[in-house]
Design a protein around this ligand. Structure first.
Ligand code: ATP
Ligand code: MG
Length: 442
């Protein structure tokens, strides 16, 4: 009985002359009436399989010869070293079609055919996302994405953070009303959560160090290359921590991510044409820190129209990041530019103790975080000055009445980090089924 293997194992291991069984999908085919060359694909790679009419018999040979790309098959054969640099091929002696491709739906599922059919408009690829997932570029992105999720989990767990879940139906906004998704809720209104933060702060006195990776929802109307309406948000909250200490975690998790990618996904990074030295620099460097005021001066010095007190949008982040070749922090934004939960700087309450981390290569903000307003008096003052109703935040204010302590945390856009480290042009490229203002299908 031939043992079943992954294609990746055949290329790695020494199976020369052995009989193996492989399961997968037809990736490419060509051949004559006597000999057929089939490239088989599974989740670990591709391998050439040689099918001779004489070895498999007329019936199997004719069936496989007429099979379309992406048909699923099981085959058995002998592993042979080829003289080509790619190493191994299979001399097939038995082949079985498991799932045929419907010939009434002659869909161009090869990568090049899909890109050709796209004809400059990616709506085609998005409409057929369920099939595009099988292309090598998308598969590569999904593997990189998996490594990034795994690294974030281990980074926090290795430092004794507790993974903690917050509700996704909520009553109040974190990031402001304009991007809230409203959902009918049994005769009342609820919203989809924009962030785990407020509910994590409630658990801060219980767990002290907590994190999550969960979806956040924001009704981003403008379509940009870095906004989704449903994105994956890695968030953390720590008791007793200062803005500087929180930034160390932010730098730590991003550096660990770059490092792990180099270790686990070198092949995939190379396939995407990424410069590994660049990724190594993101893994090894210290990330510089700059205050908001300095950033405004730099921008004004470059002739950009910006007033002190304005938040920095993407166009400004892009100009700032042009001068850096590693991520860098911006800290101490003006109080008037930030929501009520940001803690005013006791040394100068015009500012808040916050930070954004901006990624280079034109990617911009990947992390937003800082210290939280933690005394009852100050949180009420901040909510009232912002004109925010107290009612939906009663539970949040109440946590300040029971032994409040300094604390803070950050939110990291996981899809944005994936896009940056993979060198993707658009955030859509790194998530299987992207959601934006125009699309909830497929
Ligand atoms: P931006 O100004 O770019 O919209 P933000 O200031 O609204 O970002 P935060 O509220 O600080 O972002 O959220 C924390 C992190 O979550 C951001 O740094 C970013 O990486 C990510 N993020 C925020 N909104 C989105 C979105 N719509 N799509 C993907 N990632 C997002
Ligand atoms: Mg936003």
């Amino acid at each position: 009985m031939a043992k079943n293997y992954w294609i990746g194992d055949i290329h790695k291991g020494n199976f020369d002359g052995q009989e193996v069984e492989l399961k997968g999908w037809i990736y490419r085919t060509r051949g004559s009436n006597k000999i057929h060359f089939l490239v088989l694909r599974d989740s670990t790679g591709v391998i050439q399989c040689v099918i001779k009419r004489d070895s498999v018999g007329d019936e199997s040979f004719d069936l496989i010869k007429s099979s379309l790309i992406e048909s699923s098959i099981i085959l058995k054969g002998l592993v042979e070293v080829t003289d080509r640099e790619h190493g191994y091929e299979i001399q097939v002696n038995n082949i079985e079609i498991i799932g045929a491709v419907n010939p009434d739906r002659p869909f161009p599922i090869t990568e090049s055919a899909m890109l050709e059919a796209e004809g400059g408009e990616s709506e085609f690829l998005l409409d057929n996302r369920h099939l595009y997932l099988r292309t090598s570029r998308m598969t590569t992105m999904l593997k990189i994405r998996s490594t990034i999720f795994g690294t974030i989990h281990s980074y926090f767990r290795n430092q004794d953070f507790i993974e903690y879940q917050a509700p996704n139906f909520v009553a109040g906004a974190v990031e402001g009303g304009s991007t809230l998704f409203e959902v009918p809720y049994f005769g009342k209104k609820a919203y989809l959560t924009q962030s785990w933060q407020l509910y994590a702060e409630a658990a801060m006195p219980a767990l002290e160090r907590l994190y999550t990776i969960a979806p956040s929802f924001r009704a981003e109307k403008s379509r940009t290359r870095r906004h989704l309406t449903e994105f994956w948000h890695a968030e953390m909250e720590v008791a007793w921590a200062s803005n500087e200490e929180i930034m160390k975690y932010g730098e730590g998790v991003v550096r660990a991510t770059a490092k792990n990618l180099l270790e686990e996904r070198e092949v995939e990074l190379n396939d995407l044409g990424r410069d590994l030295e660049l990724i190594a620099r993101y893994a090894d460097s210290k990330y510089p820190i700059m205050r908001y005021d300095e950033a405004v001066e730099i921008l004004q010095g470059k002739g950009i129209d910006i007033d002190w007190g304005q938040d920095l949008d993407y166009s400004k982040e892009k100009i700032l990041t042009a001068d850096f070749d590693v991520p860098h922090f911006l800290t101490h934004y003006p109080r008037i530019a930030k929501p009520f939960y940001h803690r005013p700087d006791p040394e100068d309450p015009k500012y808040v103790l916050c930070h954004d981390l901006l990624a280079p290569e034109g990617y911009g903000e990947i992390i937003g975080g800082g210290e939280r307003t933690w005394s009852e008096e100050e949180i009420l003052e901040r909510i009232d000055e912002e004109g925010t109703p107290r009612e939906p935040y009663e539970f949040y204010i109440d946590t300040r009445r029971y032994g409040g302590v300094p604390h803070g945390g950050f939110g990291l856009g996981v899809d944005r980090v994936c896009a940056w480290l993979a060198g993707a042009d658009h955030i859509r490229e790194v998530i299987p089924f992207p959601r934006d203002s125009r699309r909830v299908t497929p």
